[in-house]
Design a protein around this ligand. Structure first.
Ligand SMILES: Cc1ncc(C[n+]2csc(CCOP(=O)(O)OP(=O)(O)O)c2C)c(N)n1
Ligand SMILES: [Mg+2]
Length: 567
């Protein structure tokens, strides 16, 4: 109950700040450590989702941060709540997503005694989060929270952890609110853009690569116009496929795991590489083999919103410290040469992509996830959202699904299993009217699958496809390559996932032939409920281009590494 003497509790001041900064969605698992903050949500206009596990709450918040560019907000209890949430905090760090995690803390006078569920959050999250802090006085809440929004969003975005001592949340204070936070774009200089223009005019085989965060629908539209004007082949980096329309004539493909060899060759032999928004970290850089380090073989133009990241691994010919949205606006001022000598290249690049993703490769067993992806891409509208976690099953999504719109492919660049399902919940909460399809592995799904209960509770009608190969398939693949025939700790005995969905109050159906998928999908959508389609796959179908037996035989014959997916 609010007092009328001008004072507010720490909890009330905090929740008022969240409203002021424009927060709409909050996820949580409750705890007695932050009851006063929870109480301050009572009767307020937030969409508050209570989850069954803090990893779900944190990943949902990370997804909301990733796709809106404003921090996703998550509340968890001290100790075990915080450590459970750490999966999402690590993802937000690696994926450069803005997020703020509020964590309960023991009362101030008890700190340092190893009190019940006590943790030193600055120490525990000091290297994992972008910033970890604790609020000692309710009077500084507006200042610390405004700063947290700034830190989470500026430069390279990331997670902030804020610990809230229990007695601080109930203490009263008189303090003015902070002003609403607005993210600041970092603009490229005129000299940067004229140097880029010169480099483009001198180029013979330029390629653009886009990835990272801090994008927007408007920025991707501007980038597309730039690509059209310059006839530039554009590739997207690992799990950032939503940044460029896959059906656009300038799209060159996905620079992730299991990459099209023709795309790899094209990027390697480019004489000018324009990398926008992405660090070109280990996975898109193909285990750091794509570009010579530190001095790349081609002229590299690296555009990132954080000066510290520029030159960290690669020495660019031109480093531009700018956020993708600001940089793309500035691209409107560049002029293409009168004659674009590389025009035929863009056509070949797109043709290579189409050929690579056109038809699913044949696979052992009745279910071919490639065929299902090909069907879905013809069936789903461009605004439908696909979410994924980590595992070999994602290879079929990356290769055969064609993302056409900003914000419609959500996956962990950090390769964290268990991501896709909470991401689907986050995206469905953000976009109640869109179709949201989560493609999960059998191992992947059960890392956060208890929150199917959350989907049912909030009537979030996501459709989950579980690719059940009864394996931690990715690891089995590596096992067969490195230790052929010595199978250990990678076999899974799974539940009946259709019955699982039904037991929770959702819709469940089993499919063991690709041809039965369209009817199953239609039934799932028609049910209007959260749904699981249990895809019974043949374990032999280990990736888009290998079988388990094939891998084993090759390794036994001393054929060396086969080089497929990592996670
Ligand atoms: C949280 C987490 N734990 C472990 C791993 C290591 N790992 C990567 S892929 C994988 C197996 C994935 O199995 P599944 O979801 O069934 O997909 P599959 O590879 O069989 O298609 C494992 C254990 C990881 N990436 N993330
Ligand atoms: Mg599996």
């Amino acid at each position: 109950m609010r007092s009328n003497d001008g004072t507010r509790t720490g909890g009330e001041i905090l929740i008022d700040q969240l409203a002021i900064h424009g927060v709409q969605h909050v996820t949580c698992v409750p705890g007695e450590s932050y009851l006063a903050a929870l109480d301050a949500f009572y009767g307020r206009d937030f969409v508050l989702t209570v989850c069954r596990h803090e990893s779900t709450a944190a990943i949902m918040a990370e997804t909301i941060g990733k796709m809106t560019g404003r921090p996703g907000i998550c509340f968890v209890t001290r100790g075990p709540g915080a450590t459970n949430a750490s999966a999402g905090i690590h993802i937000a760090r690696q994926d450069s997503s803005p997020m703020i995690v509020f964590v309960g803390q023991v009362a101030r006078r008890m700190r340092g005694r190893d009190a019940f569920q006590e943790l030193d959050y600055r120490a525990v999250f000091g290297t994992m989060a972008k910033w970890a802090t604790e609020i000692d006085e309710p009077s500084v809440i507006p200042e610390v929270v405004a700063h947290a929004f700034h830190v989470a969003c500026q430069g390279r975005p990331g997670p902030v952890v804020i610990a809230l001592p229990e007695d601080m949340l109930t203490e009263r204070a008189i303090v003015p609110d902070a002003k609403p936070f607005e993210p600041v774009e970092t603009w490229p200089g005129l000299t940067d853009m004229s140097r880029l223009q010169k480099l483009l005019w001198a180029a013979e085989r330029p390629v653009a690569v886009v990835g990272g965060s801090r994008w927007s629908e408007a920025a991707t539209a501007t980038l597309t116009r730039f690509a059209e004007r310059f006839a530039l082949p554009v590739a997207t980096t690992f799990r950032r496929g939503h940044l460029f329309d896959a059906e656009h004539p300038c799209y060159a493909g996905d620079l992730g795991i299991g990459v099209n060899p023709k795309l790899l060759a094209r990027v390697k032999r480019a004489d000018l590489l324009l990398v926008v928004g992405d660090r070109l970290s280990e996975v898109p850089a193909q285990g750091y083999t794509l570009l010579d380090i530190p001095d790349p073989q081609m002229k590299l133009v690296h555009v990132l919103p954080e000066a510290d990241e520029l030159g960290r691994v690669y020495q660019p010919a031109l480093a531009i410290n700018a956020s993708p949205t600001a940089f793309c606006s500035a691209l409107e001022g560049l002029q293409p040469p009168n004659e674009i000598s590389w025009r035929a290249e863009v056509e070949t690049a797109h043709a290579d992509y189409l050929a690579w993703s056109e038809t699913a490769t044949p696979q052992p067993g009745g279910v071919n996830l490639g065929e299902i992806m090909v069907w879905l891409r013809g069936e789903l509208p461009p605004e439908a959202i696909i979410t994924i976690g980590a595992g070999n099953f994602t290879g079929w999504v990356h290769r055969y699904y064609r993302t056409r719109q900003y914000g419609t492919l959500v996956g962990p660049t950090s390769g964290s299993m268990g991501y896709g399902f909470p991401a689907a919940l986050g995206m469905q909460a953000l976009h109640p009217d869109r179709t949201v399809v989560c493609v999960a592995g059998d191992g992947d799904f059960l890392m956060t699958g208890q929150d199917f209960a959350t989907a049912v509770q909030y009537e979030l009608p996501v459709v989950v496809l579980i690719y059940d190969n009864s394996l931690y398939g990715t690891i089995r693949m590596h096992q067969e390559r490195e230790y052929p025939g010595r199978v250990i700790a990678t076999q899974l005995r799974n539940p009946d996932f259709a019955a699982y969905a039904q037991a929770f109050g959702g819709f469940g159906i089993t499919v063991d032939k690709s041809a039965d998928f369209p009817a199953a999908f239609a039934a799932a959508r028609k049910s209007g409920k959260p749904a699981i389609i249990h895809l019974k796959a043949d374990p032999e179908a280990i990736s888009t281009f290998a079988t388990l037996t094939g891998l084993r035989e090759k390794a036994l014959a001393g054929g060396g590494k086969n080089g497929t997916h990592r996670s």
